[in-house]
Design a protein around this ligand. Structure first.
Ligand code: AMP
Length: 116
């Protein structure tokens, strides 16, 4: 069920503008509005699940679906040969600010480790 007060649900439903790069019945990918790298794409499940810790049972299959789309997009964006990063921030100390689970696909520059 979509949540009216969730910005990512609103993007998925076409009520809020975003540059959508991929969409199927389970996964949507769109450009991050505040990119932290030349390529910064957010991948989300269509289903409103607040965070990674809230997945149960077969919902974990969505994590694989999202990663499959992320790798496809990384290839399309020309990141596959040089490398890229997929990040999930979970909960406030994990740095999560939007409570609709999402994975960041980052690339196009040398990424540092450890993250802040
Ligand atoms: P996180 O801090 O892991 O929860 O990441 C949330 C991400 O959502 C941030 O990188 C924001 O820049 C991004 N973001 C917030 N609002 C929007 C929006 N309307 N369209 C695209 N990206 C957004």
């Amino acid at each position: 069920m979509a949540q009216d007060d969730c910005i990512f649900c609103r993007i998925i439903q076409g009520e809020m503008e975003a540059e959508i790069l991929y969409q199927d019945e389970k996964v949507v990918a769109f450009k991050d509005v505040n990119p932290q790298a030349p390529v910064h794409i957010l991948l989300v499940p269509v289903k409103h699940i607040p965070s990674l810790k809230d997945f149960t049972g077969s919902e974990f299959e969505l994590v694989a679906d999202i990663h499959e789309v992320a790798v496809k997009l990384a290839e399309e964006q020309g990141l596959a040969s040089e490398g890229f990063r997929i990040v999930n921030n979970c909960g406030s100390k994990g740095g999560q600010t939007v409570n609709h689970v999402h994975f960041h696909l980052l690339g196009g520059r040398q990424l540092k480790w450890p993250p802040g």
